[in-house]
Ligand binder design. Structure first.
Ligand SMILES: NC(=O)c1ccc[n+]([C@@H]2O[C@H](COP(=O)([O-])OP(=O)(O)OC[C@H]3O[C@@H](n4cnc5c(N)ncnc54)[C@H](OP(=O)(O)O)[C@@H]3O)[C@@H](O)[C@H]2O)c1
Length: 293
């Protein structure tokens, strides 16, 4: 298996970022609620990630809530100039850890202020307007009210760039008629390929597509085809799943989440593997089998 040059970059919010970033959601407690068991380990993961080249960090103030942002601040503040922190608004948490939509303009403003306070910044690099839809998949419908609220906060200087999350192609187009959209973050991976066409649409426009659950989320992808390919490549299945995403389209930016230093190191190496066409075709059968099933 040939080795390609390490991590390539993509322009996100006007700045070059490594295509292998990091998603901080796994740093909160179980169920993304409350504090982690080992806060010092979380701080170490963030510091090592950034020291080894991560400069695109995904977070939200509703992870914990507040916990993930507070750990990011403890680990990395004052933030290096090359670091792009992408956060999101659109949900809140109940006392029992439940996830609730928070999509009114006042919720969105509160979400932005929560992020500013807990990250310790005057302005947020990128805020994704996270629509609720069907929890992990989008539902059609106008998002004008939410995008207008975020655009107003951008106008006031609290937000530098706007992205979208859990949205359809029509919703992206609606938002683009109102303001500049710099990235889209939706559920996508080797198995879950509903957004194949949207990935291409955004690639043609030079807009970043950031898959959430790139490894399958809380239950990482399991597939005999993936395991066999990984074994042949002397890689782990998760490294192959990430390498497949990097090869899928140049605008795909990875934010794998992990609470383990070992996994972070594994994931950081995902850009090292070249995937010849024949191997990609083999891996493509995994998503097709799911569609057929
Ligand atoms: N916009 C949205 O609605 C939305 C929704 C979900 C997530 N997100 C963002 O997307 C990021 C990524 O999603 P995610 O963290 O939920 O899911 P993910 O990256 O697909 O997978 C995370 C899971 O994979 C495990 N894992 C990570 N690296 C591994 C490796 N090398 N080998 C084996 N297992 C590994 C993690 O466990 P360990 O901790 O044990 O490594 C964790 O259970 C999140 O962190 C968050 O920032 C956004």
């Amino acid at each position: 298996m040939s080795i390609v040059p390490p991590i390539t970059t993509f322009t996100l919010a006007g700045r070059p970022v490594s295509r292998v970033g990091y998603g901080a959601m796994q740093l909160a407690g179980p169920g993304v609620f409350g504090p982690p068991k080992d806060r010092a380990a979380c701080v170490a993961i963030l510091r090592e990630g950034v020291a080894s080249g991560v400069n695109h960090l995904d977070t939200s103030d509703f992870y914990g809530p507040h916990v993930t942002n507070q750990i990011i601040r403890e680990a990395l503040h004052p933030y290096p100039a090359h670091l792009v922190i992408v956060t999101k608004v659109g949900a809140s948490r109940g006392h029992d850890g439940s996830w609730k939509p928070a999509l009114e303009p006042e919720d969105i403003e509160r979400g932005v202020h929560d992020n500013l306070r807990n990250l310790g910044v005057d302005a947020l690099d990128v805020v994704n307007m996270r629509m609720f839809g069907n929890i992990h998949s989008p539902a059609e419908g106008s998002i004008e009210k939410q995008v207008a609220a975020l655009a107003e906060l951008k106008h006031r200087g609290l937000v530098r760039h706007i992205g979208l999350s859990n949205v359809t192609s029509a919703q992206v187009a609606e938002a683009q008629r109102m303001t500049e959209i710099v990235c889209v973050q939706n559920h996508y991976n080797l198995v879950h390929r509903t957004d194949d066409a949207l990935v291409e649409e955004l690639a043609a426009q030079g807009i970043g597509y950031v898959p959430f659950f790139p490894l399958g989320g809380f239950t990482p992808i399991q597939s005999s085809v993936l395991s066999e390919v990984a074994q042949r490549m002397a890689a782990t299945p998760m490294q192959v799943a990430l390498a497949w995403l990097l090869h899928r389209a140049p605008n795909i930016l990875l934010i794998p989440g992990t609470s383990s230093l070992r996994h972070l190191r594994e994931n950081m190496r995902a850009a090292q593997w070249d995937l010849p066409d024949a191997v990609r075709a083999e891996l493509d059968t995994i998503g097709r089998a799911r569609e057929a099933g």
